[in-house]
Write a protein that binds this ligand. Structure first.
Ligand code: RUB
Length: 306
């Protein structure tokens, strides 16, 4: 369980972060752990796999990619341990391969929406969103990006480094400059931590401000999301939990200690209603948010809701 706990800790502390990356890391960790249980009897094996799955899922609550990846990886119909390990390994290989290929497909489908000369605003650091932007650039489109800082963890700095290394002209802005800057933007491209059955997007806190400002300025908002970022459990009425992180990410704890009347709230994600989203680009096509149910039913499977 040591290696699995190490992966879980890396996800919790955000050394591994981003909905796609945590899903792939969790799937691989579960596969490796299952393979280490070869000597156990079947019922003990199943109990340990369930425990490990819970450990991984409990690390961060918002990105549905994590429980989806774990559920898709751990399921098996075997009656003996070697067969169960084979099924779980196969599930993990398939999930990891599909996740990698999905990024390329999203890039190609999404790039169709980017025109020559477009200025694109993005938020946080999303590999799926960056795949669209980089693909459009690689197609020879003369584009530039406005990237938000994305306080408090400043994932925007990862984004600007990636864009810089790709040769894409990029402007960094602080989060509070989003509305003012929207005038210069042609469209917004962001990633997703979860998409609920009503088409609402849950992504890094501040995403809904980009969407609001985009709607006010009549700009399109495009979400880049692999199908495993859709949340089957929202079909049962479950809400996506918004992660509340430590105040230490926002203010020096020593400073806060001297301010007895002040507390800090640090929600890590927010909800953008479907009305603010024009299109969701997945690896199986571009959908309006109203089609979220179809994506869940046809590409994830309703059994994942249970
Ligand atoms: C990351 C974030 C990203 C999505 C999508 O939040 O909100 O936009 O996870 O990313 P955090 P990707 O840094 O808190 O994990 O497209 O890479 O899966």
């Amino acid at each position: 369980m040591d290696e699995l706990n190490t992966t879980a800790e890396k996800i919790r502390t955000m050394e591994i972060r981003g909905a796609g990356r945590i899903a792939v890391a969790a799937s691989a960790a579960l596969r490796d752990y299952a393979m280490s249980l070869r000597a156990l009897p079947m019922d003990e094996f199943n109990i340990r796999v369930e425990e490990a799955a819970r450990t991984l899922v409990d690390t961060r609550p918002t990105a549905v990619s994590l429980p989806n990846a774990v559920a898709l990886t751990k399921r098996h119909t075997a009656t003996n341990v070697p067969d169960a390990i084979e099924e779980i390994s196969g599930n993990a290989e398939r999930f990891i391969k599909n996740a990698g290929e999905a990024l390329g497909k999203i890039g190609r489908i999404g790039a169709e929406r980017i025109r020559d000369g477009d200025v694109i605003m993005t938020h946080c650091n999303s590999h799926a969103a960056l795949s669209i932007i980089k693909t459009a650039f690689d197609q020879g489109k003369d584009i530039s990006v406005i990237a938000t800082e994305s306080r408090p963890r400043r994932q925007g700095f990862i984004t600007i480094r990636e864009l810089n290394d790709h040769g894409i002209p990029t402007t960094l802005i602080v989060d509070s400059a989003v509305r003012l800057t929207m005038k210069k933007v042609d469209l917004v491209v962001v990633g997703a931590d979860s998409i609920s059955v009503n088409g609402a997007l849950i992504n890094k806190v501040g995403t809904s401000q980009l969407a609001l400002a985009a709607q006010e300025a009549r700009r399109n908002v495009i979400v880049a999301a692999e199908t495993y970022k859709f949340s089957p459990r929202t079909l049962l009425g479950e809400m996506v939990e918004i992660e509340d992180r430590s105040s230490d990410e926002v203010i020096d704890p020593q400073v806060l200690k001297r301010l007895p009347n002040v507390k800090v709230s640090n929600p890590a994600f927010d909800v953008t209603p479907a009305e603010y989203i024009d299109l969701i680009i997945t690896e199986v096509g571009a959908f309006p948010p109203a089609m979220a149910f179809t994506v869940i039913k046809d590409y994830l499977g309703l059994e994942l809701a249970l």
